[in-house]
Design a protein around this ligand. Structure first.
Ligand code: SF4
Length: 214
């Protein structure tokens, strides 16, 4: 029988409560010290591990200290600097293009709304939600590969469409949990609910998961 919205919300609350206990220190795993550095790191993290991004950014942030430094940089040189993150040409173009727009149209300040953030070259909802949640403390969910996979396994959605998932989850999970939920699910996806071999036997949310493998 199909679960009612109320039942889904109750189950969601239990999932959050268990994850909170298991991952009390869950947070963004990208290193940054300014809002703009987070934008750069987030763009670099597409199709790349946060670990790899964190290896590249210390030197990058030493070399490029402000949005202006990226905005007026040589894109080919920037591409070389981010080469090991993959898709380096595209990522360099996005970083340079978005930085230029921030400098020339937003007075050098990273915008704080979804509408404005997605106007920046190379910035989609995922990156925008990351900025909104981390920097501006706006309730938001980052629908990355772990969120897509695990929310499907948990039966809170049955689509792979990130935008649809985001809106569906916003109805099920309480707004003040959205940001930490993303971080906890990412931690859970790395540690326990691993793609291709979920370790259901040691999963703290197994009793709330219809996909548990016994
Ligand atoms: S019970 Fe298994 S499939 Fe469900 S969330 Fe836990 S590890 Fe993933």
């Amino acid at each position: 029988m199909k679960e009612s919205k109320l039942q889904q919300k109750t189950r969601a609350k239990s999932v959050v409560s268990e994850l909170n206990k298991a991952y009390p220190d869950s947070k963004c795993s990208l290193n940054y010290s300014t809002p703009h550095e987070l934008l750069v790191a987030t763009i670099l993290s597409a199709q790349c591990t946060d670990h790899r991004v964190n290896q590249v950014t210390p030197e990058l942030f030493r070399k490029y200290k402000s949005p202006e430094d990226y905005a007026y940089s040589d894109v080919a040189e920037l591409a070389k600097d981010v080469h090991s993150c993959g898709y380096h040409n595209q990522k360099a173009k996005s970083i340079q293009g978005s930085s230029l727009k921030i400098v020339e149209e937003f007075n050098g300040i990273l915008p704080d709304t979804m509408v404005e953030l997605v106007m920046l070259p190379g910035v989609g909802r995922k990156t925008a939600n990351c900025i909104l949640g981390e920097i501006y403390k706006v309730p938001s969910m980052v629908i990355d590969t772990h969120m897509v996979r695990i929310m499907n396994l948990l039966g809170f959605t049955n689509t792979k469409d990130a935008k649809k998932i985001e809106f569906e989850l916003m109805e099920i999970f309480k707004e003040d949990k959205w940001v930490t939920l993303t971080h906890m699910i990412i931690d859970h996806g790395r540690a326990v609910c691993i793609a291709r071999r979920p370790e259901c036997g040691s999963c703290v949310i197994s009793k709330f998961c219809p996909s548990e493998i016994i």
